[in-house]
Design a protein around this ligand. Sequence first.
Ligand code: SF4
Ligand code: SF4
Length: 299
Amino acid sequence: MKESTKLMFQKHGWRVDRFVHNYYYFLFYYPYVAISRRFILLLKYLSWCKPIVPVGKMVFNRYHSKVLSHEDTRKIFTLNEDIRHVSDENKKIVPYKYATKIIFQEPDNIVVMDCPCKKATNAPKEDINSCIAVGKSVTSFWLEQCQKYHPRKISQQEALEIIHRFRKKKHITQAFFKVATGGSTGVICNCHPDTCVSLQATKFAGRISDQLSMTAKSGYSVVFEGERCVACGHCADMCGFDAITFVNGRRTYTKDLCMGCGLCVEDCPENAMSLYVDPDKPLPLDLDMIRARAASPSI
Ligand code: SF4
Ligand code: SF4
């Protein structure tokens, strides 16, 4: 048995079913996601059919993402110690039933590989190699067994540069959580609403039920400093969720639509916007805040 297979087997313990799922998920990363995308398209056409809601709930409780701000991503890619938070408290950050473990083990092991969503949606060739794994258990498997998806080891600095490059191109940053991969973090990807299967799934799921979502908001909302704004409209151009619109030069911000990705804030030429922790949203995946809460649970 290959070393990375052993590592994956150990991660899942007695849940051999999850090991098998995880093994084939990564081994056939692209066809797995391409088939899932077709399933989601089917959901879209069956959105009128109410009996489909329990099926959607079952899937979305097991596979989801958490939107990350640029700063919270930076904290992950500069980690020099293991992070392991396995607690029901994490549901305040990743508000789902099962996959909520925040684990970054040996976090300086980082690998970038072809993104199956971008391949499945015919994204530009130069954007394909953009799915990032953090931590030994995933990176060793990708390097040893996923050569067909062009994995390559990168430094923390290179990972940050990739994130920065994609954010400039309107890609948000998301941490993925999946029951089949141990219920924990491990893959961080650069996602565009036009090419990300999980963002598309969330959009279609919303038509079936407003209770269904595959994507957890970052935990931040946007505040504007009105006097600095010159109504250039860049923030609306950057937003992939229609949370900011301009009609006749008048800006509208819809907090409920805002994923808190921060792309608009970074692109504002006048520094007229900032993010704040929004008590109406799930808590951010901010490693400093997570450490502080672990040290003092009353926070
Ligand atoms: S990008 Fe900044 S300056 Fe331009 S419209 Fe938006 S808030 Fe105003
Ligand atoms: S309004 Fe800004 S922070 Fe909110 S989703 Fe749009 S781009 Fe992201």
